[in-house]
Design a protein around this ligand. Structure first.
Ligand code: GDP
Length: 477
């Protein structure tokens, strides 16, 4: 029996890179999509603190992921959407407006619960919204390895146009490869200028259809409830292109979007199910914890017994407080769940592997294998916009056939928490040019193992990066 590295990683709650690293230290070069045999898998499991007798666990636990989903088992699933945009452009208003205008239909007196996500039913289909707007939350989740968003609605106020955080949002969505639908908000205002939004976003590579591109723009007013149905229709149209499917017929797997300690009910968490179906009584592992689904509530506060892909449900029955971004996996039985959770807790105490897996300029150098094209991801913050462009341009010019420089985000202003999280999620290095981070941001960078390098002379910056890149070039054979 062979097991794919990616499946093994999923099953053990590890990053595939961690397994690849262990295999490498055992003299095996593998990629995430390659398979390894049972004996090797057992060895790797041992490395991560699983006992050899737990081969049984491996076999049992893997039976499900071993099989690829059969085509006929896949069913369409609703898109999961995050709303992003500049502060005060109307993200919260839009989320509320969409929820309120859609919830009252059909559901007699349904009281909405804030569980971190909700779904709306439209005549064209269902859409799931994550309740925490903004690219910070989006990227924080991604930094934890949780990619749950299929699609981003970028809110831009028509009277204000593209602002700093609009640009950040675009770059965060792009870094995650998530398509964007633009909601031009506040069109009710007298000084609304939707054309300006189209023009400004075109400069960021988001071309409207009228301009020969494929970005969808919808004019809305969250306040006056104008254009909301059209917006949702556009979102579903865009989602159709993505052809989102999942197998609802297996054990559930998903991610935590929100977790809290409830006075009466103990630790509860909202799980966004991504594949399979979750049932009352299912046994699961989640981050460092495990549990059994004692009860499930949907976003209307209704008790439900089963939930399928793309549905957010509030789950009760955790033995500890999970964190948003934690992976949630249903397993065969409680014995397995306890073993995995305790192995993870042991590992968490050691923690060293995860830290070492983040990029520094030096480790990036060492990690390059011969013949492979590497991408050096950078987040660049500078004192003024002009130097952001100059720095980016100089660094992009350093790209060669073997090492490509990619600017994940660049902008003017202090280095923020969201810059650091973006770097963590994209395995990027942060470059500060004439700027410094605040103490808190420095702390976060440390705990996320993100390298921040400071420069005030462009010559030194370019030289450092070039040196690192030249060092990386594989020797000519
Ligand atoms: P957020 O910071 O992006 O979440 O923005 P909010 O949703 O809090 O909205 C910021 C302000 O803009 C609030 O005072 C809203 O009432 C107002 N606002 C939001 N949408 C609209 C709109 O469509 N038209 C008008 N005129 N005002 C809006």
């Amino acid at each position: 029996e062979a097991i794919r590295v990616s499946d093994m990683a999923k099953q053990m709650g590890l990053k595939a890179q961690e397994i690849i690293k262990i295999l490498f230290s055992m003299g095996m070069m593998t990629t995430i999509n390659q398979s390894i045999d049972q004996d090797t898998a057992t060895l790797v499991a041992t490395e991560f603190g699983y006992e050899v007798e737990q081969v049984g666990f491996l076999e049992e636990g893997f039976t499900q992921t071993l099989e690829e989903d059969k085509l006929e088992d896949l069913a369409p699933r609703p898109p999961v959407v995050t709303i992003m945009g500049h502060v005060d452009h109307g993200k919260t208003s839009l989320l509320d407006a969409i929820r309120e205008t859609n919830v009252t239909k059909g559901e007699a007196g349904g009281i909405t619960q804030h569980i971190g996500a909700y779904h709306v039913e439209t005549s064209r289909g269902i859409i799931t919204f994550l309740d925490t707007p903004g690219h910070e939350a989006f990227t924080a989740m991604r930094a934890r390895g949780a990619q749950v968003t299929d699609l981003v609605i970028l809110v831009v106020a028509a009277d204000d146009g593209v602002m700093e955080q609009t640009k950040e949002a675009v770059n965060h969505a792009k870094a995650a490869n998530v398509p964007i639908v633009v909601a031009v908000n506040k069109i009710d205002k007298e000084d609304a200028n939707p054309d300006r939004v189209i023009r400004e976003l075109s400069e960021m590579g988001l071309l409207a259809e009228a301009w020969g591109g494929d970005t969808i723009f919808a004019n809305v007013s969250a306040k006056q409830r104008i254009g909301l149905d059209e917006l949702l229709e556009m979102v579903l149209l865009q989602a159709e292109v993505l052809d989102l499917k999942a197998n609802p017929g297996k054990r559930a797997r998903g991610h935590i979007v929100e977790a809290r300690l409830d006075k009466g009910r103990g630790p509860v968490a909202t799980v966004l199910i991504q594949e399979g179906s979750l049932h009352e009584g299912d046994v699961f592992v989640c981050g460092l914890y495990q549990g059994k689904v004692r009860a499930m509530l949907d976003d209307k506060g209704q008790k439900i017994k089963e939930a399928g892909p793309s549905y957010p449900v509030e789950v009760q029955g955790f033995d500890g407080l999970a964190e948003s971004g934690d992976e949630f996996v249903v397993v065969a039985d409680e014995k397995i769940a306890r073993r995995i959770a305790s192995a993870r807790q042991t590992k968490e105490r050691e923690k060293t592997l995860a830290k070492a897996s983040k990029v520094t300029l030096d480790s990036f150098l060492a990690s390059k294998a011969a013949g492979e094209t590497k991408v050096l991801n950078l987040v660049i913050k500078t004192d003024v916009q002009g130097s952001a462009e100059a720095v980016s341009e100089s660094l992009l010019k350093l790209s060669t056939d073997e090492v490509r420089v990619q600017i994940v985000h660049s902008g003017a202003g202090a280095i923020t928490e969201s810059d650091v999280m973006l770097a963590a999620a994209s395995s990027a290095i942060v470059i500060g040019f004439n700027v410094r981070p605040m103490a808190k941001v420095k702390e976060i960078a440390e705990s996320e193992s993100v390298e921040i390098r400071f420069y005030d002379i462009i010559y030194n910056l370019v030289n450092d990066i070039r040196d690192a890149m030249t060092g990386m070039l594989s020797p000519i054979i």
